[in-house]
Design a protein around this ligand. Sequence first.
Ligand SMILES: [Zn+2]
Length: 293
Amino acid sequence: MRYPEQINLPYNRGALPLGFELLSGPVQDDADLAHWVILQGRHLVLAKSEGQPSLPVGQFPKGLTVLQGPLTFAYWRDMPVRCAQIGEADILPDSLVAEPFVSFQLRVPVELLTVAGVGKQLLHADLHTAFCHRCATPTTPMKGSWGKRCPNCGHENFPSIHACAIVCIHRENELLLIRKPEWPKGRFGLVAGFLDVGESLEECAIRETKEETGVDICNVRYVASQAWPFPSQLMVGFIADYAGGDIAIGDDEVEEAYWFPVDDLPILPSQTSIAGYLIEKVSQKLREPGSKS
Ligand SMILES: [Zn+2]
């Protein structure tokens, strides 16, 4: 296996459609028609169609309450692309449908998920930089950037992206998988957690594994990363070797943890997530004849 490697998982810019021009900062946009990334709670609003789902195009649909935005963040097919958050109780017109953003990943083209994910993350950043982090004065946009400057104290407020380590651990031909209480029974994933102050990502992977499962790991190697706009994370993917210890669940974040043989894995995250990608990558390698790691 070669590390690191480039991947175009959904939400990474490399998975944006051909010809999609992502802006480097806000622009004056008075166009009549646009592509719309409409967010409703944890759902994405799409145009109903016989074939593949698509973003609504044209004027903003009538009767919807805009809670945040619209924010123009790109140009595509000669039109601006705008993102807006609408009221959760809004009734959609018959031409639109709200779908869960994450769980239906496989039904929606990767390119479309990525457009919506980037818009979602920028809208989140826009909201969270509206007031100065230092003195709470309303901020003003900085030219050519998604950052905002404070007219009172001069502090520059940039979008916050939170790093998380996620790690696929193996012991001979077995993988260590966990299930969080909120996940359905029988559905397992990988150990993951937020980076702490003064910690490398490798240290984060080691600490989270110990806290969640009681297991020690070593030889932590970077594989790939994925932007994760729920609301603003970067998932940094590693694989690691088992170093010692028995499974002992250490916190409330994990309900079950087991070693699964690669030939008998439970229900797994979609391969459009970094978790699914890492599991598949390591499993493939372990299934190769004569493979030890
Ligand atoms: Zn300020």
